[in-house]
Design a protein around this ligand. Structure first.
Ligand SMILES: *[C@@H]1O[C@H](CO)[C@@H](O)[C@H](O)[C@H]1NC(C)=O
Ligand SMILES: *[C@@H]1O[C@H](CO)[C@@H](O)[C@H](O)[C@H]1NC(C)=O
Length: 176
């Protein structure tokens, strides 16, 4: 027999299942400032179904320098323009990072790619691929973020010049 307690439990579960957030990519921009370093042949989002968006990216690495390639990963949050938010990580040597995996924020981002990417260690493959990558919802358990519109900008540099940049935009919303 259903008791009042069961009823409240049921309402509670129903409520929780309704308070689901939408988290999805909204835009991606890729830029090669140095066509002798990389050319980007694919950089786009695909709407798979309602509220499900996949990202694909392909970049030919034409000449990976012997000198270290650095990486900056910066999170931004929209508030009358995109403003730096929480994370701004600089890694002076991508290859060294890939070997050591010693930065929590970058680890979370790169681990979320799972087997959707062919990048693992140096030497990086001649063509870097990220395919059918959906927003990694589990990341939000490790790194809770308030609702809002975000950008994640990743910039690769060497010899003190920016060579390539990927800007990924995503939105986190809660709805009932
Ligand atoms: C990019 O580089 C690859 C490898 O050299 C080449 O096959 C391809 O045609 C290039 N694409 C563009 C758009 O330059
Ligand atoms: C990638 O991993 C998922 C589960 O983690 C698996 O279902 C899928 O077959 C894998 N794909 C490839 C190409 O290994």
């Amino acid at each position: 027999m259903a008791t009042l307690r069961d009823l409240f439990l049921w309402i509670g579960l129903w409520y929780i299942s309704q308070v689901q957030g939408i988290s999805k990519f909204t835009n991606i921009e890729c830029l090669s400032m140095d066509e002798t370093f990389t050319n980007i042949s694919l950089c786009r989002l695909y709407a798979v179904k309602r509220d499900v968006v996949e990202m694909s990216l392909r970049a030919h690495i034409l000449d990976w320098p012997k000198r270290p390639v650095s990486m900056r990963m910066q999170l931004l949050k929209k508030a009358s323009g995109y403003k730096p938010f929480l994370y701004n990580v600089y890694q002076s040597d991508v290859c060294e990072y890939l070997e050591k995996r010693n930065h929590p924020f970058v680890n979370i981002i790169l681990n979320s790619f799972g087997n959707r990417t062919n990048v693992n260690k140096c030497p990086v493959p001649p063509e870097i691929i990220l395919e059918h990558f959906r927003f990694p919802v589990k990341v939000l358990d490790l790194m809770p973020l308030p609702t809002g519109d975000y950008g994640l900008f990743t910039t690769f540099s060497f010899d003190r010049k920016e060579r390539a940049q990927v800007k990924v935009y995503f939105t986190l919303t809660e709805y009932r």
